[in-house]
Design a protein around this ligand. Structure first.
Ligand SMILES: [Zn+2]
Length: 205
């Protein structure tokens, strides 16, 4: 996912997050391990995790934020926050992952910080987390023409985030549901990603 432009000031974590969430059969919780780094305060990551959980629940995805030994589970998605991103690393991207190859997400936290004001960091971090987690769960690097899974967010999208109106398309919800079924089958298979070839494709962002 790329960020095209730097933004504006808008209230964060608004009440609009309470939009209806699907009440279908609950899928298993997806364990997600989020790195701690000194540059990301606990309050920022806590708020971002809470907001990301709400957003993901709109697509019937339940995440369990975990750490320590639970991160060793083959089902866990690992989120690495990094800083000092080289300028030539995926210019414009805020994060990237390689769905179908590994369950790791790298968030270029210094770029998140430089894209919005400090007050809005948890909000943007939440959307970046959600975008990348959905890539991993869908198992592919596809993007939608609108919404959370758009390849490149515009200033209008950032404004929609702030008011809680940037959401999933119906297709996103369908694809992630199918992806989670495939993922569960893969996790249950004996050779889960043990013999995967080295990355051959461009990362998704
Ligand atoms: Zn993306």
């Amino acid at each position: 996912m790329k960020a095209a432009v730097v933004l504006f000031s808008v209230p964060i974590l608004g009440a609009a997050m309470s939009a209806s969430s699907p009440s279908r059969t609950r899928a298993p919780e997806v364990p997600v391990c989020l790195d701690r780094i000194a540059q990301a305060s606990t309050s920022v990551t806590y708020l971002a995790q809470a907001e990301a959980s709400k957003l993901l629940s709109r697509a019937a995805i339940q995440v369990e934020w975990t750490h320590g030994r639970s991160c060793q589970s083959g089902a866990a998605i690992h989120v690495h926050l990094t800083v000092q991103t080289p300028d030539n690393l995926l210019p414009g991207a805020l994060a990237f992952c390689q769905p179908a190859i590994r369950d790791d997400i790298r968030i270029l936290y210094d770029r998140v910080q430089s894209t919005v004001s400090p007050a809005h960091e948890p909000h943007l971090l939440a959307y970046v987390l959600v975008h990348e987690i959905v890539h991993i769960l869908e198992g592919e690097a596809r993007h939608s023409s609108t919404g959370i899974m758009k390849a490149e967010w515009t200033p209008e999208d950032y404004a929609a985030m702030a008011s809680g109106k940037l959401t999933f398309t119906a297709e996103d919800v369908e694809l992630v549901r199918n992806g989670m079924i495939d993922r569960q089958a893969s996790l249950n298979a004996p050779a889960h990603k043990e013999h995967t070839e080295p990355p051959q494709s461009e990362p998704a962002y």
